[in-house]
Design a protein around this ligand. Structure first.
Ligand SMILES: Nc1ncnc2c1ncn2[C@@H]1O[C@H](COP(=O)(O)OP(=O)(O)OP(=O)(O)O)[C@@H](O)[C@H]1O
Length: 450
C-alpha cells in the first residue's frame, strides 16, 4: 500500500444497496392508502354526522335542477369540519342530474388562501372556469384590466353553462387591496361583483356564490353594499365530537389491511383529534401517520404506540411551523413561560404572568441578550394568545391579591420548549437546565407565598 493510501476494510457481511432497499419493502399495513390521503374526494357513503348541513345545502341548491336561481350561501365553522366536503358532494350530484337532464351546471371553485389581490382572484376564476370547460383562459394574466378579466369570466359562463355555482373557499383570507388606496378588502369587492352579475344582466343563466370561512364573524367585516347584495343563507359547521370522529375513521377502516389495525387505535386517534376542536382532517392525518410509522418500524399491525407517536409528530410539526416565524424576543418570552410549566415541582395548571416575566428576565441575563419591559413581555404573550399558542385568562389567586394574567399552553409545553431550543440562539439553555429549574421553583414559591 502506498504512503497516504487509506486502508478500507471490506466487510463481507455488508448488505448491497439492492438488499437494503428490498429489506425496506416490508408488507405495508395499507390496503388503499388513498382513503386517508388529505385530498381524496370520498364517496358519499363515507360521510358521517353532517345530516343537517347536507339537508340545508340540498334544499338551497335544489332550485338549480329546476331551472331557478339558488340563494347565495355562507358556510362557516372551524377547519376540518366538512364545509368543502359537503358542498362538493352536493354539487357533484347536481352535475350528474343536470347532465342527464341535458342541462349544463357548472362548478367553479377556488381557494383564496394564497391569492393576494382581487385581480388575481378574478383571474383564478377565469382560469378555473376555462379549465373545467377544457379550453384556454383566452385572456392574459397581466396587461389587461380586472374588468376585462371579469367580462371574460361572464363570457365563459354564458357560453357554457345554464346555471353555475361559484365556491370561494377560505374567503376571509382574500384581504388584498390596491397599493396606496384604502378601498374595501378584496373579498368585499369580489362578493359584491359576483352577486350582482345576474341582476346587472352580465350573466344570463343562474349564478349563486358559496363562501366558505372559518371566521364566524365574517359577515360583520363585510362592506355594507357587499353584505346586502351577497345576503347569504348561513350554514354552520360545528366541531365533531369524539364519537363522530370515531365513525368517520371507521368508515375509512378499509384504508388498512383487514388484520393490520388494533382495535384501540381508532378510539385513541378520535380522542386526540377531538381535543383540538374536533377536526376531521387532523383525525384522518393521524390515522395515516400512524400507519406510516408502523410501516417505518416494519410492524405488521398498527398499534396504540404508533398512534401516540403520530400525535407527537403532529404536535411537533405544527408547533415547529408556528414557532419558526417568531422573533427571538417572542421565542424567549414563550420559552420562559413554557419553562415554568415544565420545571415547576408544584403542580400548576397555568403560568402566572409575574412568574413567566421573572424567568424571562433571568434568561435574558443568562443569554446576555436585550431585556424588554414587563409590558412588552405581556404584549408578546397576548400576541401568542391570538396565534392560538397559549390561552390567557385573568385570575385572582385569593383575597386581596388583585387580578393578573395566567397562561396555559395549547400544545404540550415540553414539546414547545424542546422545539424552541432548536433555535441556535436558545440552544445553550439545554446545558443550563438545572439553573433554570431552580430559578423557576424559587419564583413559583415566591409567588405562592405572597
Ligand atoms: N363528516 C365527514 N365525514 C367524513 N369525512 C369527513 C367529514 N368531514 C370532514 N371529513 C374529511 O376531513 C377532511 C377535511 O374536510 P373539509 O376539507 O371538508 O373541511 P373544511 O371544513 O372545508 O376545512 P377548512 O376550513 O380547513 O377548509 C377531508 O379529508 C374530508 O374528507
Amino acid at each position: 500500500m502506498s504512503e497516504g493510501e487509506e486502508q478500507v476494510s471490506v466487510d463481507d457481511d455488508q448488505q448491497s444497496i439492492q438488499e437494503r432497499l428490498q429489506a425496506g419493502t416490508h408488507k405495508s399495513v395499507f390496503r388503499d392508502k388513498s382513503l386517508v390521503e388529505p385530498d381524496t374526494i370520498i364517496d358519499e357513503n363515507r360521510i358521517v354526522g353532517r345530516d343537517d348541513q347536507l339537508d340545508d345545502i340540498i334544499t338551497y341548491l335544489r332550485p338549480s335542477i329546476q331551472g331557478d336561481r339558488p340563494p347565495n350561501m355562507l358556510l362557516y365553522g372551524p377547519s376540518g369540519t366538512g364545509k368543502s366536503l359537503i358542498i362538493n358532494a352536493v354539487c357533484e350530484q347536481i352535475v350528474e342530474i343536470s347532465d342527464s337532464n341535458g342541462q349544463r351546471f357548472g362548478v367553479v371553485e377556488i381557494n383564496c388562501q394564497t391569492i393576494k389581490s382581487h385581480d388575481r382572484a378574478v383571474y383564478k376564476l377565469v382560469e378555473t372556469a376555462a379549465d373545467s370547460i377544457g379550453i384556454d383562459p383566452g385572456v392574459p394574466r397581466k396587461g389587461i384590466s380586472t374588468d376585462e378579466k371579469l367580462d371574460r369570466l361572464y363570457e365563459l359562463i354564458n357560453d357554457n353553462f345554464d346555471s353555475v355555482i361559484i365556491i370561494l373557499d377560505e374567503i376571509d383570507l382574500l384581504h388584498g387591496r390596491r397599493r396606496g388606496t384604502d378601498e374595501e378588502p378584496a373579498y368585499s369587492r369580489l362578493l359584491y361583483q359576483l352577486s350582482r352579475a345576474e341582476k346587472l344582466g352580465k350573466i344570463e343563466g343562474c349564478v349563486s356564490v358559496a363562501a366558505l370561512t372559518n371566521d364566524p364573524g365574517f359577515m360583520e367585516d363585510l362592506d355594507g353594499r357587499a353584505e346586502s347584495s351577497f345576503n347569504p343563507q348561513d350554514v354552520a359547521f360545528p366541531d365533531y365530537d369524539a364519537n363522530q370522529l370515531r365513525s368517520i375513521l371507521r368508515r375509512r377502516r378499509d384504508a388498512f389491511r383487514e388484520d393490520a389495525l388494533k382495535e384501540d387505535v381508532i378510539p385513541l386517534i378520535a380522542a386526540f383529534a377531538a381535543q383540538s376542536h374536533g377536526d376531521a382532517r387532523k383525525a384522518i392525518d393521524l390515522f395515516r401517520k400512524a400507519g406510516e410509522i408502523a410501516n417505518r418500524n416494519d410492524a405488521d399491525v398498527v398499534t396504540e404506540p404508533h398512534a401516540r407517536n403520530a400525535q407527537e409528530e403532529f404536535e411537533k410539526d405544527r408547533t415547529l411551523t408556528q414557532i419558526e416565524g417568531l422573533s427571538t424576543q417572542k421565542k424567549l418570552s414563550l420559552y420562559a413561560t413554557a419553562a415554568v410549566q415544565v420545571y415547576a415541582d408544584e403542580d400548576i395548571d397555568s403560568v402566572p404572568g409575574t412568574v413567566g416575566f421573572a424567568v424571562y428576565e433571568y434568561l435574558t441575563d443568562l443569554l446576555d441578550t436585550d431585556e424588554k419591559s414587563r409590558d412588552t413581555y405581556l404584549r408578546y404573550m397576548n400576541e401568542l394568545d391570538t396565534y392560538g399558542m397559549v390561552t390567557s385568562e385573568r385570575r385572582s389567586r385569593g383575597f386581596g391579591r388583585g387580578v393578573h394574567k395566567e397562561y396555559t399552553f395549547t400544545d404540550d409545553p415540553d414539546v414547545v420548549a424542546e422545539t424552541l431550543r432548536e433555535d441556535s440562539r436558545l440552544s445553550d439553555l439545554e446545558a443550563d437546565e438545572d439553573l433554570v429549574r431552580s430559578v423557576v421553583n424559587a419564583q413559583v414559591a415566591d409567588f405562592l407565598s405572597k
